[in-house]
Design a protein around this ligand. Structure first.
Ligand code: ADP
Ligand code: NI
Length: 219
């Protein structure tokens, strides 16, 4: 099958799966990660088909909305790619990327972790969508979905939470900036990703400054 046709089938499949997804994690998130991945590919070496498929399929079943099951997404991606008669080697690589994408997985320190240039590209694109203006919008959208406070000066951020604490946390959304979003710039894999993260990072700092100014009723 032609690559273009496979990509189009994948887009249709993902759109269908994400029809009822929450606003920070919907088709448009996938589209942004897909477009940013292609932008990164213009400057970074990587297999274009693998990168495109992994970008499109990386969030089809978020464990947060599937009782914490981290295997459903990779399984659904594999089934789909098999139904499209994609080569096993390609499927394996794409599925490995999906399994290793998340922030929480990347925090685990088992030396045997899977890694590839293609993973680095898609992971950077996903992280870029979590910071900057879009990242801010997504964080407050998620916080609203979970009925979190915007900010509470009496609840200090905890930047070194364990995986379990992080999952259970009901902290205000502003804390999420210090617990995750402001840490992402230093986790970027590729040079191009680092450059793109810089501007978005500065924008978040500026945003927080303005937020506190308004919160405290200052001019
Ligand atoms: P992805 O799967 O796209 O890598 P996540 O599933 O971790 O990202 O989160 C989706 C979006 O929701 C991100 O923009 C993230 O910053 C935001 N988010 C996740 N957890 C929280 C939280 N505790 N408070 C506010 N926003 C959150
Ligand atoms: Ni994502």
């Amino acid at each position: 099958m032609k690559e273009d046709q496979l990509i189009n089938h994948t887009i249709d499949f993902v759109k269908g799966e994400l029809k009822n997804a929450e606003g920070g994690h919907d088709w448009f998130h996938i589209e942004r990660v897909y477009n940013t991945s292609k932008l990164l590919l213009e400057h970074e070496k990587g297999d274009s088909l693998i990168v495109q498929l992994a970008a499109l399929l990386h969030d089809i079943a978020d464990p947060k909305f599937h009782d914490g099951d981290e295997n459903i997404g990779p399984k659904m991606a594999r089934n789909f790619l098999e139904s499209e008669s994609v080569a096993e080697k390609t499927i394996e690589h794409v599925v490995n990327i999906i399994k290793h994408m998340s922030f929480k997985n990347s925090l685990e320190r088992d030396g045997t972790r899977f890694s590839s240039k293609e993973l680095h590209i898609v992971q950077d694109a996903d992280r870029l969508d979590a910071i900057g203006a879009i990242g801010i919008a997504r964080a407050f959208n998620y916080g609203g979905f979970k009925n979190r406070e915007l900010y509470n000066p009496a609840v200090p951020p905890q930047p070194n939470m364990t995986k379990e604490e992080y999952k259970k946390s009901t902290a205000p959304t502003i804390n999420h900036f210090y617990e995750k979003l402001l840490l992402l710039k230093d986790k970027m894999n590729t040079e191009t990703g680092k450059k793109l993260a810089e501007e978005r990072h500065l924008f978040m700092l500026k945003y927080l400054e303005q937020f506190y100014k308004e919160w405290h009723g200052k001019e």
